[in-house]
Design a protein around this ligand. Structure first.
Ligand SMILES: Cc1cc2nc3c(=O)[nH]c(=O)nc-3n(C[C@H](O)[C@H](O)[C@H](O)COP(=O)(O)OP(=O)(O)OC[C@H]3O[C@@H](n4cnc5c(N)ncnc54)[C@H](O)[C@@H]3O)c2cc1C
Length: 418
């Protein structure tokens, strides 16, 4: 059982020269079999395991991770959380996630640095203003906060933006004040610690190399550390979903693409909200350490490599400087890539699969970090009860065959548009 964090436990440990702290989770050996195995120790896999153990009557649970916990996209993203969606299939899900973020630190007894500093989407022309007004109205109809700001209100809120840009003048913005940022890797650590405390085995450095299926029913996973039996298996492998699902004979409607993130040198407070550029693909916030954290578009070629290329860096820099010219004075400290599991309608999949006992959580595109709590919550429900949760009911695997797409961006069937 892990130690509870509180002002008293910190003081007590400090008085003992901090020698009493124990490892935050165990390093168990894989058992011969489990009731449920989750493949992928990212945010979604860890959240699923935690909610399964906490709110469902499931016996022995393991998370099997090929690297270390949090080595995938959960520790690589730009940390933005929001629920500013348009479609009825999406808004309740992402708003449920927002509510779970709001109570997460108390739920997990872990400081995930949830910071509701607002998410501001800029608009630059009348058509875009109308689209944002419609989105804001849809959000408010679902009880989600949204405000449409005019140019002067945005100027007051973020004076450093370029309001005089002849090519992309800023006309205003849609703001969700409850949106913001959360420290990404603390989310993985918080869920991992809480799941471990409830008896979930977190098995690192254990790659799933095969899924054993007999007579249409899952039996377990072949791994780099041997076979592990399971009654149910939940796949939460994000950018590697297609490769893992193929082990059970499934071909998923996904493409894997690289997305890069960037961090500047540390600065004094400069950007105290999250801003997205409306005339290109660019988003930025400032971390508590002072670095500006920003990103843009995917690299636009299929890849499983966790690194990106120079043309995208140039494109991201151009968008950033067009929005906030002062960024031109900055040095980029580091950048990295993660693998996105892009669906053709930009919306995710949380569902059962045609293989009995095999469940799928995938297709998160650019936006799966903000979904982490609700994704874990709904996937745990689907695995435990063999039926979709009402908040994720639209995220069916068969919607690509039946045509019930959730095309949030209205971009059509092209992964690079989402
Ligand atoms: C640069 C970047 C910026 C982003 N910005 C945002 C943002 O601002 N807001 C937002 O909402 N979303 C953002 N995202 C998307 C978000 O990070 C992802 O959608 C989300 O993290 C995916 O779910 P996950 O955390 O479970 O994935 P991951 O952390 O990638 O977890 C999947 C895990 O599965 C493991 N795995 C894969 N194959 C196997 C195998 N065979 N056996 C065992 N384990 C395996 C991997 O090692 C990995 O740890 C961003 C992503 C990137 C890369």
């Amino acid at each position: 059982m892990s130690q509870r964090y509180s002002i008293f436990s910190v003081l007590k440990a400090a008085l003992g020269e901090n020698k009493s702290w124990k490892p935050v989770w165990r390093e168990p050996e894989p058992q011969p079999d489990y009731d449920v195995i989750i493949v992928g120790g990212g945010g979604h896999g860890l959240a699923t395991a935690y909610y399964l153990s906490r709110y469902h009557d499931v016996g022995r649970i393991a998370v099997v991770e090929k690297g270390w916990l949090g080595s995938g996209n959960i520790g690589r993203n730009t940390t933005i959380v929001r629920s500013n969606y348009l479609l009825p299939g999406n808004i309740p899900f992402y708003e449920w996630s927002m509510k779970l973020w709001e109570g997460l630190e108390q739920e997990l007894n872990y400081n995930a640095m949830v910071s509701q500093r607002g998410v501001l989407n800029l608009y630059h022309n009348d058509g875009q203003r109308d689209a944002y007004a419609r989105r804001g109205n849809a959000m408010r109809l679902h009880g989600v906060d949204a405000e449409l700001l005019d140019r002067d209100q945005v100027r007051k809120f973020v004076p450093l933006l370029d309001f005089d840009n002849a090519r992309f003048p800023i006309q205003g913005g849609l703001i969700q004040r409850r949106g913001g940022t959360v420290r990404h890797d603390a989310v993985a650590w918080g869920y991992a610690r809480a799941a471990d405390a409830r008896g979930v085995d977190l098995i690192q450095n254990c790659e799933v190399t095969g899924i054993r299926v007999e007579g249409g029913v899952v039996r377990g996973v072949e791994t780099s550390r041997g076979f592990i039996g399971a009654k149910k298996i939940g796949l939460a492998a994000a950018g590697n979903s297609s490769r893992v699902a193929a082990m059970a004979g499934l071909r998923l409607p996904l493409e894997s693409h690289v997305l890069q993130a960037f961090v500047s040198e540390g600065l004094k407070p400069l950007v105290d909200t999250v801003i997205t550029f409306g005339a290109g693909h660019f988003y930025i916030s400032q971390s508590d350490k002072g670095g500006l954290v920003f990103g843009g578009d995917i690299d636009r070629y299929n890849s499983y490599a966790q690194r990106g290329n120079l043309p995208t860096i140039e494109d991201v820099a151009e968008c950033g400087i067009a929005m906030m010219p002062a960024l031109g004075r900055l040095r980029v400290l580091r950048h990295w890539g993660g693998i996105m599991d892009m669906t053709m309608d930009g919306s995710p999949i949380i569902d059962k699969t045609p293989v009995d006992g095999l469940y799928l959580n995938a297709g998160w595109c650019y936006g799966g970090f903000k979904a982490t709590p609700a994704s874990g919550w709904c996937f745990a429900h689907t695995i435990a009860r063999d039926e979709p949760h009402e908040a994720s009911a639209a995220y069916r695997l068969d919607r690509f065959a039946t045509g019930h797409l959730l095309d949030e961006n209205g971009g059509g069937a092209q992964p690079n548009l989402h």
